[in-house]
Design a protein around this ligand. Sequence first.
Ligand SMILES: NC(=O)c1ccc[n+]([C@@H]2O[C@H](COP(=O)([O-])OP(=O)(O)OC[C@H]3O[C@@H](n4cnc5c(N)ncnc54)[C@H](O)[C@@H]3O)[C@@H](O)[C@H]2O)c1
Ligand SMILES: [Zn+2]
Length: 359
Amino acid sequence: MKTVTLKLNSGSHDVIVGPGLLAESGYHLKGLGLKGKLAIITDATVRKLYANALKQTLLASGFEVTILNGPDSEEEKSLETAGRLYLELTDMHAERSTPVLAVGGGVIGDLAGFVAATYQRGVPLVQIPTTLLAQADSSLGGKTAVNHGSLKNRIGVFYQPRLTISDTNTLKSLTKEQLSEGLCEIIKHGAIRDGELFDYIESNLDRIMDCDDEALETIVHRSVKIKAEVVEQDEFDLGLRNILNYGHTVGHAVETVSDFQVPHGRAVAIGMVVAAEISNRMGLLNKNDVARIEELLTQAGLLGKVPKIERDRLIEAMHHDKKIVGGKIRFVLLKTIGEVTVTDDVSLDLVEKVLSEKL
Ligand SMILES: NC(=O)c1ccc[n+]([C@@H]2O[C@H](COP(=O)([O-])OP(=O)(O)OC[C@H]3O[C@@H](n4cnc5c(N)ncnc54)[C@H](O)[C@@H]3O)[C@@H](O)[C@H]2O)c1
Ligand SMILES: [Zn+2]
């Protein structure tokens, strides 16, 4: 087991990572001084796979456990679902001291986090992420969110968990596609801040995709460490956290233009390649590093099989995102693998040129 402690103005908490941690959850919760009643918020898939077993271990540790059904999809990550859960928490006589355990992927983490932050103005939250994306990225940083109509992730609050338990054994039931989605953000973390992590993924990709215990623990732990360092310096997303958007300027546009047919990780992978190429054209990143990024994302199953995307519509989407000012656009660029810079000075002409070559 590996531990990362996030030291934040709103308090500190641990993120523990390793195989088999679900079975120790009762022990870790008691260690926080939690006791009595608690609520697990999960989805139908994770409920069957893990939440029922988790309930048994928590019962054995003396907790009184209620499982509540959270959103089963992005569409259900809504205010309506949150509203239903407030009523269900009330039905189970949840109090301000009653912990909410968010057990699932990013959809569950975001919504259960939001519910925990707002029910009775905040009850203790424990994140138990079960996808690679959630363990390596979305469960960290305290951003909770729901969607509302066309507002995606626009309704939410910053709310930190008391503890995050990332049992890497849960990743073994994910599909290769789901693993790749999470790996995308880990490769991103390596590219912006940890060249050694990037090297490690290059050398151990087969072990990672085969869910080798040590490989999963290593990449999740290092990814958590990188995001934790960034979040500690920019708890409320006012500056440094911007570097986490590497690949996301073009990535978000690809998602939008494809009407979300291209999944987030694949869209961001395209964005990372485009941003790496732009970095090279602006004299920052060498050709060899650009090629390594493209090769690793390809090997990880994140490039290729992309529907034809019209360049004009991509630029239009970036305009819409208000990312373009005076013919220039903000980009997170790489200086080398492991070092990043943010600039407002990328010309739209260069972006169009690179898009036309890469798409
Ligand atoms: N808060 C943040 O900072 C942040 C950052 C990035 C993404 N997000 C959010 O995260 C969400 C995406 O998260 P995601 O990629 O985890 O998707 P998800 O939560 O939709 O999970 C994907 C699917 O995997 C299933 N699943 C979960 N764990 C499983 C397991 N161990 N084995 C088998 N199946 C399992 C789920 O039932 C679901 O069908 C989006 O809503 C996005 O907005 C939030
Ligand atoms: Zn992302």
